[in-house]
Write a protein that binds this ligand. Structure first.
Ligand code: NAD
Ligand code: HSO
Length: 418
């Protein structure tokens, strides 16, 4: 039987009642008040009173003054994320074929025109998030990519984040964040264009805002406060596990870091290692609260029980610190992204390996694997029915419409029968 060696005290959901209400009123106010409301919230939550749009001069200044070594890092991220996005998109192919005499059907892959890309930046400037959200949209062929990120650095977006947005192909950039940015992109304001889909990660307010605007616009997925689960056997290094758990815990007090292990020694040693590492972290790090309130250590008495726990948690990042972990891959069905063996640090994918780091949280991994170029396209079907195909389908439609009592449907079929 599984046993909690450390259990989370509070597993507060992203969409707690308070967050839901706060976000609801922000969305209503932005809908009614446009730019003025956005600016008010920017002052309130971000202490920013700058113009919402990032100007051409700011963009040119950023490109001119950002140190070359930083540009090299960001350029590499853009290139690798774009390459992976393109490889994935190539797996989606248009087709057309005959499904019986005179029945031609198929689908086309058509890019969504206007994308809203949210790039988080409240606590830390996440340098790869711009490329992660914008580059796949560019690869998919979006015409307009509106990006929003909080003005949290010297009155603007952090220059390295801004550079990432420019290099990835954002067409309009706004220095705004939180639920007000999501509302502005969903409903449009005097200066912020309304988009067709909003993508990108963020904190509880951002994730909840995306949930609430869904329907008015499309969204990629719920990608809220970071989560990681390490599944380890007795071959694992507690030091490495501890570091991997804290790497995600430090994102947000609401982040969740969980160890599942078949070894009691690994469980105990990892807990000690985490406590040791936390003493070296800055007192203001969100990792302290995250680990204290939401961290978990679970003992599993067999490999199979551990796998069941992994599938049940449907976590954002699932990291297997297990020898020959590739052999377990087919037994795992619910995760945002999978990391095989201890060498595959989640941090590599957070930054630069190339898979998208915008990943499902709060069990959204039960139905999605995260943001990808395919999130930015529509798979649209079509058909062309002629000759024999009309005879066959009209006769079927007549009979079925008769049972359904739909006279108009029957008529539409009958008028085609000769
Ligand atoms: N799941 C993923 O794919 C993924 C990827 C990267 C980052 N993340 C997550 O993104 C998040 C980044 O969070 P962040 O806060 O640093 O930046 P953020 O940009 O997501 O949010 C900052 C904004 O939140 C708003 N806000 C803050 N406190 C508020 C309050 N009390 N009421 C209303 N609005 C408020 C403000 O407008 C602020 O600008 C973290 O939770 C991190 O774990 C998730
Ligand atoms: N761990 C985040 C996804 O939950 C992504 C990220 C970006 N930079 C650092 N981390």
């Amino acid at each position: 039987m599984m046993e909690y060696i450390k259990k989370a005290d509070v597993v507060e959901q992203t969409s707690s009642h308070d967050v839901e209400q706060t976000v609801k009123s922000i969305i209503e106010n932005v809908k009614a008040g446009g730019d003025d409301a956005v600016r008010e919230y920017e002052k309130k939550f971000g202490d920013s009173d700058r113009p919402v749009r990032v100007s051409e001069e700011e963009i040119e200044h950023c490109i001119r003054t950002l140190p070359e070594e930083v540009k090299v890092l960001i350029d590499r991220v853009v290139e690798r994320v774009s390459d992976f996005a393109e490889a994935q998109l190539n797996c989606l192919t248009p087709f057309e074929k005959d499904f019986g005499e005179g029945i031609k059907m198929g689908h086309r892959i058509v890019p969504i025109e206007k994308v809203g890309a949210y790039v988080p930046g409240g606590r830390f400037p996440l340098l790869s998030s711009g490329p992660m959200v914008v580059a796949p949209a560019k690869v998919a062929g979006a015409k307009r990519i509106v990006a929003a990120s909080p003005a949290n650095y010297e009155g603007g977006i952090h220059p390295a984040v801004l550079y990432g947005l420019i290099r990835s192909g954002a067409t309009d950039i706004f220095a705004i964040g939180g639920a007000q940015a999501i509302a502005a992109m969903a409903y449009g304001t005097e200066s912020i264009p309304e988009v067709d889909i909003i993508a990108g990660p963020g904190n509880r307010f951002v994730a909840e805002a995306k949930r609430q605007v869904f329907g008015k616009v499309g969204i990629d997925l719920i990608a809220g406060p970071s989560e990681v689960m390490v599944f380890a056997d007795d071959s694992a290094s507690p030091q490495k596990i501890a570091a991997d758990l804290l790497a995600q815990a430090e994102h947000d007090p609401y982040a969740r870091a969980i160890l599942v292990t078949t070894s009691r020694t690994v469980a105990e040693e990892t807990e000690k290692a985490i406590e040791g590492f936390l003493k070296t972290f800055s007192p203001s790090s969100p990792a302290h609260e995250s680990w204290e309130k939401r961290g978990e250590i679970i003992y599993a008495d067999s490999l199979q029980e551990g796998l069941d726990i992994c599938n049940d948690y449907a976590i954002e990042h699932l990291h297997l610190h297990i020898k020959n972990s590739r052999e377990l891959m087919d037994k795992l069905n619910n995760y945002g992204s999978l990391f095989l063996d201890e060498g595959s640090s989640v941090v590599f994918s957070d930054k630069v390996s190339g898979t998208n780091h915008t990943l499902p949280t709060q069990k959204a991994a039960r139905y999605t694997g995260g943001l990808w170029a395919g999130s930015y396209v529509k798979v649209m079907t079509h058909q062309e029915i002629t000759g024999q195909g009309i005879q066959f389908l009209a006769s079927h439609a007549e009979d079925q419409s008769e049972i359904e009592g739909l006279e108009g449907h029957k008529l539409s079929a009958t008028v085609r029968l000769t």
